[in-house]
Design a protein around this ligand. Structure first.
Ligand SMILES: [Zn+2]
Length: 339
């Protein structure tokens, strides 16, 4: 490992270069662990400005014990390594595929949504009320959704330091003016370098946000996972992604039919749930019931000629014959029924 600057945020990071295929593995204090294969996807396939924010909010820092990291390698390879990891062969770690659609669907489009994210981020960092924390410069830029780059002639060029700081200051001033945060003004330095604390008004906003996590973009998919349902899984994922949401698929390796606290949390945090009942899978029935109990919208799918459990047979269901028809029908159903 050598020390080099992170290609996304510019922080000093540890980098490992592998040849054949050419692969860079970064461990960045701000973006966490990620790798990219030059042959599969250039990082320039991503909007680097959006990716910086995505990674600070969703990345895998060194402190996370399960060896997770983002990777741009093929989905098949990711799945293979995950299966190996679940079996105890940890040599390749536990990759999570980094996908352009997920980054874009996650990225908050509205200013107010960005503000909400920032508050939740600060809350996750500040352990005690009234405490001031200082975010390092690059962490602050990523957390504050600062655009670091201009895209010029197919290349990302980093904007001047003062341009970046002025964006960060703008956000800082707004948050203070709204009385959501305070800064420790006795500390010398520029406005955006001062330690930050959340105000009582800020915490009131955080409380509301935490109750409404379901206003996000996540959608849990409940179905049977396995080799035989790969095509179905991809079709459902594509339908959800094309409708502008992020499909959460708890893999067969992590799931194994057990209802884990993590799975229940994913359901609680989902805006709605998509369930495929073609395989008479008990887990999927349970997950649907749990989601309905929480008042979440549920979109049901089922293969033609499969007998549904009578309790939910009346519910409006997308009956499909081939996986190919699922993408458009699911996308349209989401757009028509979920606001
Ligand atoms: Zn970084």
């Amino acid at each position: 490992m050598e020390e080099k600057n992170c290609i996304v945020c510019g922080s000093e990071a540890l980098v490992q270069l592998n040849m054949d295929p050419v692969k860079y593995f970064y461990s960045c204090p701000v973006c966490g662990r990620y790798e990219y294969y030059v042959s599969f996807a250039e990082l320039t396939d991503f909007d680097l400005n959006h990716l910086g924010a995505y990674l600070v909010y969703n990345g895998f820092k060194e402190s996370i014990s399960e060896y997770r990291y983002f990777s741009t390698m093929s989905k098949e390879r990711c799945d293979e390594y995950k299966r190996e990891f679940a079996k105890g062969n940890v040599i390749h770690g536990n990759p999570v595929r980094l996908e352009v659609e997920n980054v874009e669907n996650w990225y908050p489009k509205k200013f107010s949504e960005k503000v909400d994210h920032i508050l939740l981020y600060l809350d996750s960092k500040i352990l005690h009320w009234g405490e001031y924390i200082k975010l390092e410069k690059e962490e602050l830029f990523s957390c504050f959704f600062v655009d670091r780059y201009d895209y010029v002639n197919g290349n990302y060029e980093r904007r001047s330091e003062s341009a970046l700081k002025s964006q960060a200051k703008y956000m800082m001033r707004y948050l203070k003016k709204q009385e959501l945060i305070e800064t420790l003004d006795s500390v010398n330095g520029e406005e955006c370098e001062k330690p930050i604390s959340v105000t009582p008004k800020g915490y009131a906003r955080i409380d509301v946000l935490q109750k409404n996590t379901a206003n996000g973009k996540n959608v849990l998919v409940a179905m049977k996972f396995g080799e035989d349902t790969k095509k179905l899984r991809e079709a459902i994922k594509k339908g959800i992604t094309e409708a502008g949401y992020i499909a959460i698929l708890i893999d067969e390796v992590e799931h194994n039919g057990f209802i884990t606290p993590e799975l229940l949390k994913h359901i609680r945090d989902s805006k709605f749930v998509v369930v495929d009942l073609s395989h008479q899978n008990n887990g999927a029935y349970f997950e649907e019931g749990y989601a309905m109990g929480l008042g979440k919208p549920v979109i049901q799918l089922c293969k033609k000629n499969v007998q549904l459990h009578f309790d939910i047979a009346q519910k409006n269901t997308i009956i499909w014959e081939t996986e190919d028809e699922i993408v458009d029908r699911l996308k349209n159903r989401i757009k028509a029924t979920i606001e």
